[in-house]
Write a new protein. Structure first.
Length: 152
């Protein structure tokens, strides 16, 4: 019988038994989904002590293995120095892995609007206008207005 320990961990997590979920994921880091879940638990301090450094490390490892939501979280972590030194190049690297997601586009647009990671205001305008055309959103409008991307 093959037991999916990640599913078992997430069942514990959904029931608020975060310590049990953490213990299972910690012991099963060969399952990259467990690594991603650990990132969330470290970020929120659920089942373990809050640790933004370990959170961003877990998200980065999961992103490198192809988990798109982890790429957004890793990119956000590096862009906002969440437990790691601010690094716009690393942030852009991870955000580009999730470029079809509005949250990734918004954060990457802001990085580009500030002139980091090889991006320009024009690149930022393209990204943010795409988000505004597809879903809108207060955060996208904020970036659009703050960096005056309508005039690019």
């Amino acid at each position: 019988m093959n037991i999916d320990l990640y599913t078992t961990a997430m069942e514990h997590y959904a029931r608020g038994r975060h310590k049990e979920a953490y213990d299972i994921c910690e012991a099963n880091q060969s399952d990259i989904r467990c690594v991603y879940a650990l990132g969330t638990m470290y970020y929120n301090g659920q089942g373990t002590t809050k640790n933004l450094n370990l959170s961003t490390e877990c998200y980065s490892k999961a992103a490198d293995a192809g988990i798109v939501p982890a790429a957004i979280s890793a990119g956000f972590g590096y862009a906002n120095s969440m437990g790691v030194p601010q690094d716009f190049e690393k942030a852009a690297h991870y955000l580009k892995m999730a470029i079809n997601e509005p949250a990734a586009k918004i954060t990457l647009a802001e990085i580009y609007a500030m002139g980091h990671a090889g991006g320009s205001r024009k690149d930022a305008a393209v990204l943010i206008k795409d988000v505004l055309a597809s879903i809108g959103g207060e955060e996208a409008y904020d970036v659009y207005n703050r960096y005056d991307l309508g005039n690019v």
